[in-house]
Design a protein around this ligand. Structure first.
Ligand code: CS2
Ligand code: MG
Length: 402
């Protein structure tokens, strides 16, 4: 079998998605998500100019060799653009291999370790009361895990609080929106949110929170300690993670479980955090961390240190990534939790898929391959529309972390 062509499809059914489609001489094709929110066209150029020419003529069954060729052969290793591009190729090749074998990809990864993939939904609101009301809705829908994000009094906007109750799209403008932030005001609200949420939702439901890179290590230690009485499932992205030593200080002050890694693009970003057990959940995901092949290696390394997975699953990762993530999630021993921000009906129509939600779990597609596709004719109706993620400033104007 030979790869005879590949193309990159950019579509914008409410938000931009980038898809790689690899076609073979036997009529079997594979699809891969290549979406990097706010930097989509950088990945398009990397794939079209620097990856696709090297794929033509290769045997698509040689997934690992092609992965190594694109990783080592790039010379300029790692980084979000490179690893998202490699991830897209990897997803395509697993899709092709499954279709040829007549098996869902999870069967090629060792079969199921669990019947379903526990997911968490996003409850958000401008006030604590609003957030809890939405959380009650998610609990009634059967979710066993719910992320809580609420507005901060005095701030016009807060990460994770959307205008639309069900769908949160942070890439909201043709040039970056400027948000204003106050850590002090934020640190006063979150413990109150969790106290009220536990009182309203009970002890069983898993409650999570995403700090979104905004605290110093000692502030994160304080927040983690303040949240301990309400037993959060995890506190995510508490601090920026370039300096992995940051997490030692957090660990000294709190037993609140720590999750990090949605912006990581390889195992190397997480190695020290995992081997020093500074985190409890690794959030790296299929589309940004080199695909199923690399994420399997990362999960196996994490398993040695009792670190579980918690893959990123925001709406800016396409249903192709979600399907690939479910095959990964269901097949590893140290699965923790899968993020599931539902896509809109428009997006699901462009990307028909075989996964389904019931009783707090996503069920992995059973069709051969990844169990997801792209409707190219429908995709063509939604042209690319440049959109940036916001930037964040402190109240004195200092440029801060968004
Ligand atoms: C967030 C994301 O889902 C999450 O945990 O951190 O929504 C993140 O803000 C977006 O993926 C950025 O594009
Ligand atoms: Mg996050």
């Amino acid at each position: 079998m030979k790869i005879i062509s590949a193309k990159v499809i950019v579509t914008c059914p409410g938000r931009n998605f980038v898809t790689l489609k690899i076609e073979t001489d036997e009529g079997v094709y594979g699809v891969g998500d290549a979406t990097l929110n706010g930097r989509e066209l950088a990945v398009v150029a990397y794939l079209e100019e620097h990856v696709i020419p090297c794929l033509i003529g290769r045997d698509p069954h040689q997934i690992e060799d092609i992965w190594q060729y694109l990783y080592r052969g790039a010379y300029w290793r790692r980084g979000p653009v490179t690893m998202t591009s490699i991830a897209a190729v990897d997803m395509c090749l697993w899709d092709i291999k499954g279709k040829v074998a007549g098996l869902p990809v999870y069967q090629l990864l060792g079969g199921k370790c669990r019947t379903g993939v526990m997911v968490y939904g996003h409850a958000n609101g401008t006030s604590i009361e609003d957030t809890i009301e939405v959380a009650q809705t998610y609990k009634a829908m059967g979710y066993k895990a719910i992320r809580l994000q609420c507005g901060v009094p005095g701030l016009a906007s807060t990460y994770g609080v959307s205008k639309d109750k069900m769908f949160y799209e942070p890439a909201d403008a043709d040039l970056p929106t400027e948000n204003i932030w106050s850590t002090e005001a934020y640190l006063r609200v979150v413990p109150e949110l969790f106290k009220a949420a536990r009182a309203a939702l009970g002890e069983e439901v898993h409650l999570l929170h995403d700090v979104h890179h905004r605290l110093t290590p000692i502030e994160a230690g304080r927040l983690g300690k303040d949240l301990e009485p309400y037993r959060p499932f995890w506190m995510e992205d508490a601090v920026v993670a370039e300096n992995q030593d940051n997490f030692k200080l957090i660990r000294q002050h709190t037993t609140t479980p720590i999750a990090v890694g949605e912006i990581f693009s390889s195992l190397w970003d997480a190695k020290d955090l995992i081997q020093n057990q500074l985190i409890d959940y690794i959030r790296a995901t299929v589309v940004h961390a080199g695909g199923i092949s690399h994420l399997k290696k990362l999960a196996a390394f994490a398993d040695i240190y009792n670190v579980r997975t918690g893959c990123h699953g925001a709406t800016d990762l396409s249903p192709i990534c979600m399907a690939a993530a479910l095959h990964f999630d269901v097949s590893i021993p140290n699965f923790g939790l899968q993020e599931y921000m539902r896509h809109t009906e428009e997006t699901d129509a462009v990307f028909p898929h075989g996964y389904s939600f019931d009783d707090g779990y996503l069920r992995v597609p059973e069709a051969p391959g990844l169990g997801v596709d792209i409707d190219e004719d429908l995709a063509a109706k939604y042209p690319y529309k440049r959109a940036y993620l916001p930037v964040n400033r402190l109240q004195d104007g200092t440029l801060f972390n968004w």
